[in-house]
Each structure stands twice: as C-alpha cells, then as structure tokens.
Design a protein around this ligand. Structure first.
Ligand SMILES: Cc1cc2nc3c(=O)[nH]c(=O)nc-3n(C[C@H](O)[C@H](O)[C@H](O)COP(=O)(O)OP(=O)(O)OC[C@H]3O[C@@H](n4cnc5c(N)ncnc54)[C@H](O)[C@@H]3O)c2cc1C
Length: 892
C-alpha cells in the first residue's frame, strides 16, 4: 500500500492569480474532507478541497509523535459508506498506529482518485460572504483565491495545537517539539535529557516510548488524566465475531448508538449492585481495554451521578497504586479534580509502569508551578531541570480553534464570526450559524463530535450536508441559513443537555477551559449520536425546520421554530414510549389499566435507600386504608408529609409512586406517609377526597406513634393525588382541622374545564392525553358533581389556605389548571411558590433517576416543604455532598 505522504499527487493550484470558481469549497483533507469530496463529486457539484498540509490524512498527517494511535478500535474508526472499501481494508491491530491510519487515508484517496481536486499546502486565511453574488470568497495563502456557493469547514476539532503558555520558550537553546506537529523524519531522542509537558492523550501515548530512548525524561504534569491499559493486539474476538456476523447491522447500530460504537444501554444503577458485582464489572472493563466499554457499560448512573461516578475513580486509583511503586508519584498520578469521563480518559501502554523507571521523574505542577523556561531548561518553584529537548504535549484549541483561525469569517451585513462567538460558539445543530448562509461545519461545536467515535459523526454530518445541498439545488434554492430562533433553541437544548452528565464539572478542552481567555461552555453535544441523528432527520422531515431557503426563481421558504422543545431526557423517554406502541390506557378497562401500571412500574429504576420503609393501616372515611411510610435515616422526630399518589382516582396505590416518595423523604429529611385511598369505579366521588381528608386527620392524630413530629402536618400529591391534597386543605380549614402547614401540588387536577390551551395543545403525544383525562373523570365523577370543590378545588373558597408550592409541566394537559390554581391562591393572599417546568410532561418529575432534568424541580419541592415546616430550606446533609442532586439543585 502506498504511504500517503510519499504518494502525494496534489492537484496544482491552477488558475493561480485568478479566482477559482466552484460550487463547493471544502477546507481540510482529513477524514471529513475526503468523504465530502467523494460525495460532492458523486452528487454533481464542482468541488475543490483546500488543505494546509502536504497530503491527505488531517489528524493523522500531523500527529506523528512516538506512540500515536487511535483510541477507538480501528474496526469502528473507519469509513462505512462503502461496504466494498470496508472489505478491502483490514486493520492489523485493535488500535492502529498513526502510520497505518495515514496509509489508510492514502488508500482511500487513491481508490476514489481524490487528490486531483485537492490543493495541498494551501491555507485558507479568510472567508467573506458576498450578499450580491450569494457566494463565499475565500482568501488563500498559496495560489488562486476561491469563489464558491457553499463553504464547508472540515477543519477538524483537534487540529490547532494550543500555543505554550510558558514564558521563555524562545530562549531555550535545545530542541522544541509539539506532538501535534511532529517532524516527518522523526526525532532522535537517544541519550538526551527530555521534558514532556502535558499528560493528556498525546503525552500518555508518547511518554513510555520517549522514556525508552531518552537518557532522562522529566514529565511535567498539571492535571492527571485517567488512563487505562489499551491491551493492544489483534482485534478482540468477541467484537470481531459480532461485527462479522452482520456487518451492515453492526454499522447501522453504531449510527444509532450513544457513542458511535454498538454497545447496549446499561440499565443497572450503581446502588443496585453489590461491591462484588461492581468490582467484577470494573475488572472486566479494565481487561477489555476499550474506552467506550468503560465509559458506558459499568452502571447506568456512571456519567450522570457524582456518587456512581466516584466509585470508578476509586477503583482506578487502586490500579494506579498497584503499579506505581513510589506512593507520592502514585498519588500525583491519581486524578482527584474531575469525575471519570468528564475529561477524555486515555488509553495507554505501560504508562503508569514507566514511572518506576530510574530515568523518569514526575514533576507535579500543582505543587511546583513552572516559573520559566530558560536557555538550558525548565525552572520550577522547587527545582531547575537541565534539558536537551522539550516536547509540548499540551493539546489543542479544540472544536473552535481551526474555525476561528480563518479570520475573519464575515457573514451577512459584514458580521464576523468571532464577534458572534465572543461568548462561546453559537450554532444550529453544530452545523450552521445564523447570519452565515451556506456555511457548514463538519463536527462543529454543538454536535456530538469529540464525545463520539468521530468516524460515525463525520459520516453523518457529511451525508446530511450533501443530501441537503442536492435537495436545495433540485428545488431551485441557492441559499440556506439557520434562523435566530432555531439557533437560540439549540443553545437552550445544549444547555439542558449539559445538565445531564458530569462533563460540566471538569475544566477541560471539552469546555474550552484549557485555553486562557476562551469562553467556557460544554462544546460537544453530550446526549448521543443516535438521538442527535434523529434530531437532524427530524429537521428535514419537518420541512427544514429552522432554516430559511431562498433562490432566484422560487418563493422563500422558512419554517421557523425550535426542533427540540422537550428536555433531552424527556424526549428520549417519550420516544421510547412511542416505540413501545402501547395501547391507550383508557382502552384497557380499569383493572386492565391497573395491571398494566403494575407491570410498567417494574421496569423503572428502584428508588434510592431511605432510613426505613414500613407499612400499616390507618382509618379512612369508610374503613381502614393501607399506608406506606418512608422515614429518613437521620434521628427524628421528623415532620410528616401526607402523600397522595397519582392515577386519575382510578389507578395506583400507596406504593406506585415509591421512587418519588423516597426521593422527597431523602431530600426533605421528613417522613412521607403515602396513603392507599379508595379508587373508582368501585368507589366513586367523593370517596377519594373524603379518604384523603380522613387519612390526614388520622396521621396528624397519630404523628407521635408514627415517630413523627406532633403538630401540623404537610400534604402533597401528584396529578389526581395533587387534587386530593388541595381538597384536603380546604376540608381541613372548613372542618376544624387538622392543622396543615403547607401543600405541595405536583401537576394537580384542579378543575373540570377542559378547554384551556394546555388541554388543546397537549391533547395527544405526551402520555397523559385529553382522552385519558376524560376517561378518568367519567369513571370517578358524574357530570353533575364536577363543580363540587371536593373535585374541582379551583371552584372552592381559596381564602385562608396553607402556603402552597405548585409545580406544573409545559407539555401537560393539566398545566393551565395548575397555574390557574396557583394564581387564584396568590390572588387571595396565600403564599404560593410556582414552578413551571419547561420541556417536561405530566410524569417527568415523578421519573426519578430516569428524567435527570427533573432533579432540580424535586430539590425545590423539598426545600418548599422544609420551609413550610419551619425548617431551614436546605437540608445540610444533601447540600454538603457534591452529588448531582445538590449540584443540579443549585443550578436549578
Ligand atoms: C492523536 C489523536 C488521536 C485521535 N484518535 C481518535 C480516535 O481514536 N477516534 C476518534 O473518533 N477520534 C480520534 N481523534 C480525533 C480526530 O481528530 C478525528 O477522529 C478525525 O481524524 C477528524 O477528522 P477531520 O477531517 O474532521 O479533521 P482533521 O483530521 O483534523 O483534518 C482537518 C484538516 O484541515 C486542515 N485545515 C484546518 N484549517 C485549515 C485552513 N484554514 N486551511 C487549510 N487547511 C486547514 C488541517 O490541516 C487538517 O489536515 C484523534 C485525534 C488526535 C489528535
């Protein structure tokens, strides 16, 4: 196979001195640029690729440092668009070396005869949109400038090395190298005193090999990274067999997966597993030597929950201690400042063992920062190290560096991209920017990119862009531009997504924190390549939602809007429910629906542990009722919350909202007593309401027996349970007690009017539908009774009721009646706190450990309950741990 570097047959910069006219200019001839060229040609667009390097390969052209390899298995890190290409190339190793990957790109370039349309050694310096001609003008540093209709930046997420931040580099008299710009002829380090600055991926790959050559190696580490052994060798049998069994299916699964490699969704959460089970999973992952495996297959909460994540950190620290003989060095190499996976973990070969070599020293820059680089070496606070060679493995100005290096990029009305992005990158789908028509970015900020197998993400972007350009052309459109609304919606969606994982908790190149002065925000899309692909497809199927299309002979088309208005996890849950194609609950009959709910609830994560869970019987309005009691682990007596479950007065029981009851108990530090009130159709109105009141009275009278704090109780409920809680407060006021200190109403039913906008807007598609609500009402309450305040509390007397916290969800038929109740309470002077949960549906806030974005809402509910009970709003114990519970609560 020809070496790409040797076999370069670059197309000459023809038209030198004039402007080269093409349909499409692509910048970059790496993984993305090559596939773009192939597809654009096939689609009939005249195309030129402009590439600063001397040949194809991008990342793999530049990064020639010792030990450079991919860290996604090469079987997965390959083009998949052509099954024949896929069959013609066989990788020699599980993780191929840089030279082999570079040969692969040379092979691809030859196979599709790509080089004739690539101008090598040509850097694009600036780009300017001309409104009159509706074309981009690109200025190059070599040969003709380019005029094109479409400008596609395939400039790479990791292609602009970060400049050293240390004074004195220029004074150093020895040799200086950057891993990201390694000399093509190699570097002889034998017998030399070498420093490596930086311990990210490139540092970790190169350090063991540099140590083998150098007389002495000093590693300067600012932030320790998590590294796990690659166990390189042939592709593992299990993955190969899986792949070979059905290559097409394997590739398709990768496209819809979370990270671009086919692995199942892990369901078990950390606290459901014993120590032994967790260790077994961890050891298996450690032995697998596979980033995607260890990042996704340990337990379901590893990426989202601080505690679930910390377990992994501890296990890796153990591994480091087992290898590194010097305890101080082992401690310095053990990351403590970021959750595992929040910064890119590395794959290594002998990395930790390298520190046992007598010729290797680790300098911990947290303890002794570099003061200066001098003519002869590096001086820290504590020592002076004489050196012949300094290697900077300090990483990249990631995601935006190469885009912003083309300066200026000027869009409509002379607006420059650097001003639009001054506070961080703003994009629609990570592909386009409002105000910059016909500009596309492959794996731009706001797309999965570096949080995925980039082969899959690149192909998805290339296909989407080329398909759009072809469709545009066929329809007579010549410009395509994202709208401000769509872009703002995407920014909101990105912000919502960022709350789902722990990435936001680390200072990394994912967030721009590695580059001084760079605006910090989580740049890659963290909710998975499959969901992201679905969203891109949806934009198309909804008539190019969020894009303005124009052309000389066609009417402008702009279907403006935001593609994702649901919270990201809510979108996933609703998507899964839709895929299950469940029959309508109202078609099952009451008993059938109850059986269904019982089965359905078995699939949800078990609630988290509380101090104690007990059960018993209390006195209802017409006989005993079961209850379930959740007691905090802290010493009592605690205030008591009387809780009424949801289920439209027909479904559910005292156990059916178990995860929510546990969660509220943990967060509020209060006893929760969930009441098994009577249901319709066996017991129609007003049975549930009267049971609610009677149960509250009984619980208040027996507070001390239940281990609770005597005195006023609190009431809470969700949906129909919220209705019962609200009604109970009115009855308690009118019937002389018990005293109620506060009411928590979550998506409550408050009225029997069904024409409010939320009933119309959310009539279908959000699990609780209008027809389901009609069914509930019909079963529980005859039309003649529906104006009775015991079922429509909004129609009752609202004066002198306890303080309330009313939570409503945006995509819920019951939203507006909940808001109306809160406003009516406020109008008569009751203290009311409202929470209108954006992007949530009726069940969201109940879905503990499923809908992670509901956490902040529940944290606020618990705070409200505590304040009603006269306690400090914050429960110290939960506040002080750094679990996402507390973090999200703070953020919410
Ligand atoms: C050491 C290393 C290992 C990696 N391993 C993996 C891995 O295992 N799995 C994975 O998914 N990803 C990995 N990556 C990420 C890798 O960057 C992508 O997988 C992929 O190669 C990106 O391809 P690309 O074509 O988008 O960009 P690049 O490969 O970066 O190519 C961009 C090209 O654009 C050119 N360019 C930029 N600006 C200009 C300009 N103004 N004018 C002209 N030319 C310009 C550059 O010279 C470069 O050649 C790794 C990255 C590094 C640095």
């Amino acid at each position: 196979m020809p070496d790409a570097a040797v076999a370069a047959r670059s197309s000459e910069a023809t038209n030198s001195g004039t402007t080269q006219q093409v349909d499409v200019a692509v910048v970059g001839a790496g993984f993305a640029g090559l596939y773009l060229l192939h597809r654009l040609r096939k689609a009939g667009f005249t195309t030129v690729v402009l590439e600063e390097a001397g040949d194809v390969g991008g990342t793999w052209y530049w990064n020639r440092y010792p030990g450079a390899r991919c860290d996604i298995q090469t079987m997965d890190y390959s083009y998949t668009f052509d099954p024949e290409l896929d069959r013609e190339w066989t990788w020699s190793e599980k993780y191929a070396t840089q030279p082999e990957i570079l040969r692969y790109f040379g092979f691809v370039a030859d196979r599709y005869d790509l080089r004739r349309d690539i101008r090598f050694n040509t850097r694009v310096k600036a780009a300017n949109w001309d409104d009159t001609s509706e074309r981009w003008q690109l200025t190059t540093d070599n040969g003709a400038d380019v005029s094109c209709r479409y400008y596609i930046m395939a400039t790479g997420c990791l292609s602009t090395p970060k400049p050293p931040e240390i004074d004195g580099v220029k004074d150093f008299k020895g040799e200086v190298y950057f891993t990201g710009r390694w000399p093509h002829d190699g570097v002889n380090l034998a017998g030399k005193r070498v420093a490596v600055i930086g311990t990210g991926s490139s540092g970790i790959q190169s350090i063991p090999l540099i140590a083998e050559q150098a007389a002495h190696l000093t590693v300067f580490q600012r932030t320790a990274s998590f590294a796990l052994p690659a166990h390189n060798g042939p592709s593992p049998d299990d993955r190969k067999t899986y792949f070979e069994a059905d290559r097409a299916a394997y590739r398709e699964q990768a496209r819809w997966s979370l990270a671009g490699v086919p692995y199942p969704q892990e369901m078990a959460v950390s606290w459901q597993l014993s120590d032994a089970e967790r260790r077994e999973r961890f050891e298996k992952a450690w032995a697998a030597g596979d980033l995607v495996h260890i990042l996704t297959q340990l337990w379901a909460d590893q990426a989202a929950d601080f505690d679930g994540n910390a377990l992994i950190g501890k296990l890796i620290h153990e591994k480091i201690r087992a290898v590194v003989k010097d305890p101080e060095t082992a401690a310095a190499l053990s990351p403590h400042d970021h959750p595992f996976g929040s910064k890119r973990p590395c794959l290594d070969t002998n990395y930790y063992a390298t520190y046992n070599r007598p010729n290797v020293t680790l300098v911990n820059l947290r303890q002794e920062p570099i003061k200066a680089i001098t003519a002869s070496g590096i001086v820290t606070d504590k020592r002076s190290v004489d050196l012949d060679v300094i290697v900077f493995a300090t990483g990249f100005d990631a995601m935006t560096g190469a885009i912003m290096a083309v300066h200026p990029i000027t869009g409509r009305a002379g607006k420059s991209l650097s001003s639009v992005w001054a506070q961080g990158p703003q994009t629609y789908l990570g592909l386009t920017v409002a105000g910059f028509p016909n500009l596309f970015m492959i794996t731009g900020p706001g797309s999965p990119s570096v949080l995925s197998n980039m082969a899959v993400s690149i192909e998805q972007h290339v296909d989407w862009v080329v398909d759009r350009l072809a469709a545009l052309r066929d329809a007579g459109f010549t410009t395509m531009e994202a709208t401000e609304t769509a872009q703002a919606g995407w920014a909101q969606h990105m912000a919502d997504c960022s709350m789902l994982t722990l990435h936001r908790m680390a200072n990394t190149w994912y967030t721009g924190a590695n580059v001084p002065g760079k605006a910090q925000t989580l740049m890659p899309y963290n909710s998975g390549v499959g969901p992201y692909r679905g969203i891109c497809n949806e934009v198309v199927s909804r008539g190019m939602l969020g894009f303005r299309l124009t052309g000389p002979n066609v009417a402008e088309q702009c279907n403006d809007g935001e593609v994702v208005r649901l919270q990201p996890d809510v979108r996933l849950v609703l998507g899964m429910l839709a895929e299950m194609n469940l029959p309508a609950i109202e078609s099952m009959g009451a008993q059938g629906a109850r059986d269904f709910l019982t089965e359905f609830n078995k699939g949800r994560p078990a609630g988290r542990p509380v101090g104690e869970v007990g059960s018993g019987a209390l006195q209802g309005a017409d006989g005993p009722l079961p209850y379930r009691l959740y007691r905090p682990a802290t010493p009592g007596p605690h205030p008591i919350v009387v809780y009424f479950h949801g289920g439209g007065w027909v479904l559910g029981d005292e156990q059916s909202d178990d995860p929510f009851c546990r969660d509220i108990c943990r967060r509020s530090g209060m006893i929760v007593v969930s009441v098994g009130y009577r249901h319709a159709p066996e017991h129609r109105f007003p049975a549930a309401a009267e049971d609610g009141y009677a149960a509250t009275r009984w619980i208040a009278e027996h507070a001390a027996d239940l281990g609770g704090r005597p005195g006023p109780v609190l009431v809470a409920g969700w949906s129909a349970g919220g209705n019962i809680a609200a009604v109970t407060c009115q009855l308690a006021r009118d019937r002389g007690g018990p005293q109620i200190a506060g009411q928590l109403l979550v998506c409550p039913v408050t009225d029997s009017t069904f024409d409010r906008p939320s009933y119309v807007d959310n009539a279908t598609g959000y699990f609780v539908t209008r027809s389901l609500m009609f069914w509930f009402w019909d079963i529980y309450c005859s039309p003649a009774d529906r104006t009775d305040p015991r079922v429509s509390p909004l129609r009752g007397n609202l004066a002198n009721l306890p303080p309330a916290f009313v939570a409503t969800c945006e995509f819920d038929p019951l939203r507006d009646e909940g808001i109306a109740y809160a406003e009516a309470l406020a109008a008569v002077g009751a203290p009311v706190e409202q929470l209108q949960a954006r992007g949530h549906f009726h069940s969201s806030l109940m879905m503990v450990d499923v809908v992670i974005t509901g956490v902040s809402a529940r944290a606020r509910m618990a705070e409200a309950l505590r304040s009603f009970a006269g306690l400090p709003r914050k429960l110290e114990q939960i506040d002080q741990d750094t679990s996402p519970i507390a973090v999200n609560a703070a953020a919410g």
